[in-house]
Design a protein around this ligand. Structure first.
Ligand SMILES: NC(=O)c1ccc[n+]([C@@H]2O[C@H](COP(=O)([O-])OP(=O)(O)OC[C@H]3O[C@@H](n4cnc5c(N)ncnc54)[C@H](OP(=O)(O)O)[C@@H]3O)[C@@H](O)[C@H]2O)c1
Length: 277
């Protein structure tokens, strides 16, 4: 008879793991109870996530999938109509969500959103920095304002949101920050000067976040998707063959995968190739 679970299941058996999950033991408690580290898949139920750029595309799919796993989701973007739609969909499916109109380039707005999530949900376990823009042009034609916007949303916004939740996560001794970069952050391409530079910065920022966070139990991961069928992609590449594109749900799957990984197998960078690559 197992003392913790009151069952006859063998230590380490799937039944034993399931019983421990039902008891909602913390990872440390499971470890101490002798469950093998590779089986300690994180249970997302009852966690709280802030997803930026969650009004459409990859962020929307991520918010929906998190909510379906029992996560309370705060969704931040500028378009209130899109936020309202996602919140309504999540609530209709029995999930819990709030829409937080936010421009991630505005530090005061980011802090206001952080404070609202804290007051409504009590804490922030997960931050998905997904908000992004892509304005592509050959180097000679890049306008200064377009350079600044690419960097402001994709890189500075990621930093401001990270900074806003970081101390809170470190104090609690847990948290996971997932940054949505791009394959364009690994390898520059024609017409991508500002976007590629911003996305490369987001990859480096993830490394720093992880290095500073892990001693305090806070992890960071960067997801680098290939081309995905969203408004951003369609606006920049109107002649794409749709079958060659990934789907937002596939990238959301990847985000949920890294969030569910045990501490013993932390993924710092995940490249999600799509048919065009
Ligand atoms: N689609 C692709 O092929 C692809 C490939 C690799 C990586 N990515 C990355 O994936 C992420 C999501 O892009 P997507 O393809 O899903 O694009 P999308 O459909 O255009 O969605 C972008 C989201 O970001 C939000 N956003 C933009 N500027 C913002 C700001 N200043 N403050 C707050 N939110 C802002 C948008 O909402 P509002 O406009 O209402 O603010 C929207 O919700 C981006 O970081 C993008 O770079 C996309």
């Amino acid at each position: 008879m197992n003392r913790d679970t009151g069952s006859d299941a063998d230590e380490g058996s799937l039944e034993h793991v399931a019983l421990h999950r039902r008891k909602r033991m913390t990872t440390i408690e499971k470890w101490e109870a002798g469950v093998p580290a590779w089986r300690l898949v994180m249970d997302l139920n009852d966690k709280v996530a802030l997803v930026t750029g969650g009004g459409r595309g990859i962020g929307r799919a991520t918010a929906q999938q998190l909510a379906a796993k029992g996560v309370s989701v705060a969704i931040a973007a500028r378009s209130t109509a899109e936020l309202d739609e996602v919140v309504t969909e999540i609530e209709a499916s029995g999930g819990r969500a709030i829409g937080c109109p936010t421009d991630v380039t505005d530090k005061a707005a980011v802090h206001q959103t952080r404070d609202r999530v804290m007051s409504e949900f009590g804490r922030i376990d997960i931050l998905v920095n997904n908000a992004g823009v892509a304005i592509h042009n050959p180097i000679v034609d890049v306008r200064e304002e377009d350079w600044d916007l690419n960097i402001a949303v994709n890189l500075k916004g990621t930093f401001l949101c990270t900074q806003a939740v970081f101390a809170h996560m470190c104090e609690r001794g847990s948290g996971h920050i997932v940054n949505v970069s791009s394959v364009s952050g690994n390898r520059g391409h024609v017409r991508g000067a500002a976007y590629c530079a911003a996305k490369a910065g987001a990859i480096a920022l993830t490394e720093t976040t992880d290095a500073e966070g892990r001693p305090h139990g806070v992890k960071a991961t960067v997801i680098c998707p290939g081309p995905v069928d969203t408004r951003m992609r369609r606006e920049n590449h109107p002649n794409d063959v749709l079958e060659n594109l990934g789907q937002p749900e596939g990238i959301a799957d990847a985000i949920l995968f890294v969030l569910s990984q045990p501490d013993s197998a932390h993924t710092i960078e995940l490249i999600v190739r799509t048919p065009l690559m």
